[in-house]
Design a protein around this ligand. Structure first.
Ligand SMILES: [Zn+2]
Length: 50
């Protein structure tokens, strides 16, 4: 299980609606709309370093 960074839902990466790579990490999404939001502004959903 992985966490959709946009909405926070726990999802199975095998059944995810979409995925994106950002800074060497894969992110998975529950729905195409979440992927679209992430792709538009990935930095606002990934706050690991700063
Ligand atoms: Zn989502």
């Amino acid at each position: 299980m992985v966490k959709d960074p946009v909405c926070g839902m726990q999802i199975d990466e095998k059944t995810a609606a979409g995925s994106s790579e950002y800074r060497g990490e894969m992110y998975y999404f529950c729905a195409p709309v979440c992927k679209a939001r992430f792709d538009a502004s990935p930095a606002s959903y990934v706050n690991k370093d700063r």
